[in-house]
Design a protein. Structure first.
Length: 97
């Protein structure tokens, strides 16, 4: 297996685990509702008026797929490759378990 495919595999595994964990956290721990939600600028409050604060509070009650995407990106680009390299270094210096 080439070095690039090992990094890609570690990144994809980490992205998958982090995505599932974030979705489960939003739904079961935070109690957010799953619904078809439009992520346009009209949904996101841009000022502090009373109407936009109500919009923001209503919006926060629903599952946020963009948050899950951010976690997946962190897993793909940072977490997976970092721990692959870290554990490879530990195995090189201390021996495989």
């Amino acid at each position: 297996m080439s070095s690039l495919s090992k990094v890609a595999k570690a990144g994809l595994q980490s992205a998958t685990i982090m995505s599932v964990a974030d979705a489960a956290t939003q739904i079961s721990v935070e109690g957010k509702k799953i619904t078809k939600c439009d992520h346009t600028s009209s949904m996101i409050p841009s000022s502090s008026s009373r109407h936009t604060q109500q919009q923001k509070q209503a919006y926060e009650n629903y599952y946020d797929p963009m948050r899950t995407l951010r976690w997946a990106t962190v897993g793909l680009t940072l977490h997976g490759p970092f721990f692959l390299a870290s554990f490879a270094m530990i195995d090189r210096y201390m021996g495989a378990a």
